[in-house]
Design a protein. Sequence first.
Length: 262
Amino acid sequence: MRNWCLIVSFCLTVNGFAQRVELGLVAGACNYWGDLSPSFVSGETHPTFGFFTRLNLNHTWAVKAELNRLTVSGADANFDFNKTRNLSYKSDINEASVIFEFNYLKYSTHVLHENFTSYLFLGVGAFQFNPQAQLNGTWYDLSDYKTEGVDYKKLSVAVPFGIGIKWMLSNKFAFESQLNFRKTYTDYLDDASNVYPDVTSRFNDGGLITATLTDRSIELYGTPQFKKGYKRGDPSHKDWYMGLTMGFSMRLNTRSKCPRFF
């Protein structure tokens, strides 16, 4: 009798846990804010997609693990006041994050709860990036050329936060949309942060490609326009990226079938 009770209890626990777990897919558009894009530029918008699993702790709180893939980019050519600097970049980002969600309404499959809610979220994540620039039709990994004389890491931390909505289409499927922001703790997402090194030394060390990637004004004027110590970026502000996504999730509420003993 005791063993039968333990098995029934286990089956009920597994079934109850499965009803609180969701698996989902998201897709949307993303953009970036930083030294090469001090304001929003629609032309630098790129697709993003990801996967997530969510554990609904109760009708108010949930915790979610995400894996996201996106691309960001920026260019001085988009802004008249930065055209002489002539920097540009793009970077693919792979991100993993853990996020806590607060549902504004009592959101669950229970009869007395809501099937729609707005929500707020906040979390922490890690991401890998690799800024690249195109020169004469060829893409170069900018970190390899130490354009500011700095050997920076291409792995950093981000704080994701934002707002969203959830709509339960049935006991099993749900739709959601969110506006999300990522505050990063690197200023080298775009390979621009501080000051110019000595471009002549960069030429002597690595040749014309290294010098040109360091000071892209060479492409416009034939000679470098910025001396050593001139401002290349603003280290007082870290880079950001953000996105608008939509997605669908499936609740794992398949009932566990317990063995019969009679």
